[in-house]
Ligand binder design. Structure first.
Ligand SMILES: Nc1ncnc2c1ncn2[C@@H]1O[C@H](COP(=O)(O)OP(=O)(O)OP(=O)(O)O)[C@@H](O)[C@H]1O
Ligand SMILES: [Mg+2]
Length: 332
């Protein structure tokens, strides 16, 4: 497992990581989420001893990274897929890593095969596409057959088949009892992959919880009801002490009563329902609700676009600014 204790990193005036304490456990995929600039990559660099903490510690299976004898056999990581010698072939890049970490050379062919790069093994990596580079980085992480794996935005640049592949790869690695720690901005993908979430904003821990709890705690869930007998349904609900909200299109939204009870209530009164659906917010909505205050790099709505909503409940449209398709790069 990976244990962070009061982990802090300051760059000049900027507190990039602020007293982060959490444990990343084996056997599950832990998603690491936070808005741009929240400190995810900085945290991962400190975990791998690529950056010195200003304060606090990281322990990998009880040891500091620098105490590990063959680090690649303990921790495999993909932080920056471009961090390799472009003039080297994929095969030679991995062979260098293997030889310097006491890993048998035969492992190189195995991992190239796992990531689907066997046919380009002899090609120089500088000619690789974004997705091919990402796959080579993942091959490097897997090379030492480590118990702990860390990926910083691994699906970046991967095609749909590649995204599907890495999702299954991460789940399989976790099912083998390994520790898998992965950051991503693709919320729908995270929702399918991660069991547990660590969420940070402006360097601080905002949540350390299971996926299901995170969504339940950070968003509203309700039941949507629609009936051609709208008025009778309203009366029946009122008689049962249920107070629904009527939306502009005549749908009813009920908080705090489960769908089964509402269905039975309607049946008892012989009321036809055209819709009876429990609504659960998506991870994206829950994430935006929690991190709205800590988003540093906001885009501005283009003319005619709706202004950003505040808290993204399931009934709200997703905020138009700061996190959508039109978000701007940091500092721009
Ligand atoms: N080497 C550095 N020197 C100075 N500031 C840095 C350095 N590395 C990171 N920072 C700052 O630390 C903060 C956290 O950056 P970091 O890259 O860890 O964020 P992130 O959560 O990975 O963001 P993103 O989602 O955009 O990848 C940012 O404000 C960044 O500008
Ligand atoms: Mg980053």
């Amino acid at each position: 497992m990976i244990e962070l204790q009061g982990l802090t990193k300051r760059y000049g005036d900027k507190l990039a990581v602020d007293g982060l304490t959490c444990t990343v456990r084996p056997g599950i995929v832990t998603g690491f989420l936070g808005p741009n600039g929240a400190g995810k990559s900085t945290t991962m660099r400190m975990m791998l001893d690529l950056d010195n903490p200003t304060a606090g510690t990281v322990l990998i299976d009880g040891k500091h990274y620098r105490q590990l004898r063959d680090p690649l056999r303990a921790v495999g990581a993909l932080l920056d897929a471009k961090a390799m010698h472009g003039g080297r072939s994929a095969y030679n890049h991995l062979l260098c890593l293997a030889q310097s970490n006491g890993i048998p050379g035969s492992r190189v062919r195995e991992v190239l095969d796992t990531v689907g790069l066997t046919s380009v093994a002899k090609k120089r990596s500088k000619g690789f596409s974004l997705g091919m580079g990402q796959r080579l980085g993942i091959a490097g992480a897997l090379l030492g057959d480590p118990r702990i794996l860390m990926f910083d935005e691994p699906v970046n640049g991967l095609d749909p088949e590649g995204i599907h592949w890495i999702r299954n790869l991460m789940k399989n690695l976790a099912a083998q009892g390994r520790t898998v720690f992965v950051s991503s901005h693709l919320m729908s993908e995270m929702a399918l992959t991660a069991d547990h979430l660590v969420v940070i904003g402006q360097g601080r821990l905002l949540a350390d919880t299971s996926m299901a709890e995170f969504i339940a705690q950070n968003s509203r869930s309700y039941v949507r009801l629609r009936s051609p007998d709208h008025e009778r349904l309203l009366d029946a609900l009122a008689a049962a002490g249920v107070a629904p909200v009527t939306t502009a299109d005549g749908t009813l939204e009920v908080d705090g009563t489960d769908a089964a009870r509402l269905g039975e209530l309607a049946a008892r009164h012989g009321i036809v329902l055209h819709e009876l659906s429990p609504q659960q917010a998506s991870l994206e909505e829950a994430f935006m609700g929690l991190t709205a205050e800590s988003v540093e790099y906001h885009a501005h709505s283009s003319p005619g676009e709706a202004p950003a909503a505040g808290q993204g409940g399931p009934g709200d449209p997703p905020p138009g600014a700061g996190w959508g398709a039109g978000r701007r790069e940091k500092g721009s």
